[in-house]
Ligand binder design. Structure first.
Ligand code: USQ
Length: 387
């Protein structure tokens, strides 16, 4: 298949590009390096040294001459760029990761909130129009987030809810209550995509993904130049990755609030497995298919305890620190989301184990000198005044 990956320079995009290429697909990558720019602006960097996209693609292509990745630098906000590319390639599938992915960044102030929504929502709209004009039967696989649903007091279904109201019944899109301006951008994307499928017959799969963790995949370990951008800082670092790093350097695990907030999680390898399953099981013309993409559910406190327990097996002394929650999220709540869709397609989850956590912590310990301690503590507050 010809597959176009937008956001191919990212934490998930680069491993996805290598995986799909190794499976024999013709892979095209696009990125505007917006995340690298935010890193520079904020003085943060991934834990491992990350090659430039051009160099790592060159290196991959050298070792895999029959499975070359073709990279194009460009921005979805420039509709001419994506029109031209899509009309030339006419991909069978497009995987769209190319959005500003950080909730805390989107909450820094007006500028960052506007950037996030403009970049994500308008970029996605330009892509929708490109597909409609040049390749309307392409399957668009769009990365969404479990955070669009918020924490409702009812079970979370996969995208839709059958409701009864005044003796009538309907299947509606599941109500959203997003956690941040970033999560809101994904909710707006979903509505735009569902409209485009309904009205123009596009084929769209929206993947509402939980919090991803893990330093590596089968391909990133093949060569130092193939590493992916593992973040631990307070902007881009996700909670398990941050806790493993904190454990490795003897810093307390930073639970925001009491830690009773519950979230969904998955290993980065399972992201790649889900993407491959989504490609193999495309939405039909006119269908807006929603799949919840996660494998496990934990409260933040449970996670901290798991990481403490695993660390103790290798004699690390771990403290847990409860910080005043910088975010606005429900401290205690009901949470029961469904993830049947991928399990039905045959996903075999790679669950969080002590062995996995220990190996992550050991890997991080080996390069502790790369860690910038000043970027760990959260500085972005959801209720900050005057920005
Ligand atoms: N948290 C802590 N301590 C920390 C960091 C986070 O207690 O040091 C808590 C947060 O309060 C939150 C939870 O952990 O309740 C998850 O936070 P996170 O930073 O790991 O994840 P989040 O900001 O929700 O965003 C991440 C990705 C985003 C993706 C989302 C999936 O950055 O791109 O969409 O996970 S989800 O959370 O399901 O919406």
């Amino acid at each position: 298949m010809k597959i176009l990956i937008i956001g191919a320079d990212g934490y998930l995009g680069w491993p996805t590009a290598m995986r799909l290429s190794s499976k024999g697909h013709k892979v095209y990558g696009v990125d505007n390096f917006s995340k690298r720019k935010i890193e520079l602006e904020n003085g943060i960097k991934p834990l491992f040294k990350i090659e430039t996209m051009h160099n790592r693609t060159k290196e991959w292509n050298k070792t895999n001459p029959k499975k070359k990745i073709e990279f194009h630098y460009g921005d979805l906000l420039n509709h001419r760029f994506i029109y031209q590319l899509v009309s030339k390639i006419k991909p069978d599938a497009i995987i769209h990761y190319g959005e500003q992915p950080s909730a805390p960044y989107s909450m820094v102030g007006r500028e960052q909130a506007v950037f996030t929504q403009h970049n994500n929502v308008i970029g996605n709209l330009n892509l929708i129009f490109a597909i409609k004009k040049y390749c309307p039967s392409t399957h668009l696989i769009k990365l969404g987030t479990m955070g669009v649903y918020g924490t409702p007091n009812i079970d979370i279904e996969e995208g839709y809810l059958r409701i009864k109201h005044k003796n009538r019944s309907d299947l509606i899109q599941f109500p959203v209550k997003p956690h941040s301006y970033y999560h809101l951008s994904k909710a707006h994307d979903s509505l735009n995509l569902s409209f485009a499928s309904r009205v123009w017959g596009l084929r769209v799969t929206d993947l509402n993904q939980g919090v991803v963790y893990g330093t590596e995949t089968k391909e990133t370990i093949l060569n130092d130049k193939f590493k992916t951008s593992f973040h631990y800082d307070h902007l881009f670092g996700t909670v398990i990755n941050r806790f493993c790093l904190q454990a490795a350097i003897g810093k307390p695990l930073t639970i925001y609030g009491k830690g009773a907030q519950v979230r969904t999680f998955l290993n980065i390898e399972d992201t790649l497995n889900c993407i491959q399953l989504a490609i193999k099981n495309p939405a039909k013309r006119g269908e807006f298919k929603v799949r919840n993409q996660f494998t496990e559910i934990f409260s933040i406190e449970q996670l901290a305890k798991k990481i403490k327990k695993a660390s103790q097996k290798i004699n690390l002394k771990i403290n847990i620190k409860h910080l005043k929650n910088p975010r606005h999220e429900m401290a205690k709540h009901y949470y029961k989301p469904s993830n049947k869709s991928f399990l039905k397609l045959g996903l075999k989850p790679k669950l969080l184990s002590d062995e996995f956590l220990i190996s992550e912590i050991k890997k991080i310990e080996k390069i502790k000198s790369n860690i910038d301690l000043d970027t760990i503590d959260p500085t972005v507050k959801w209720d900050q005044k005057g920005k």
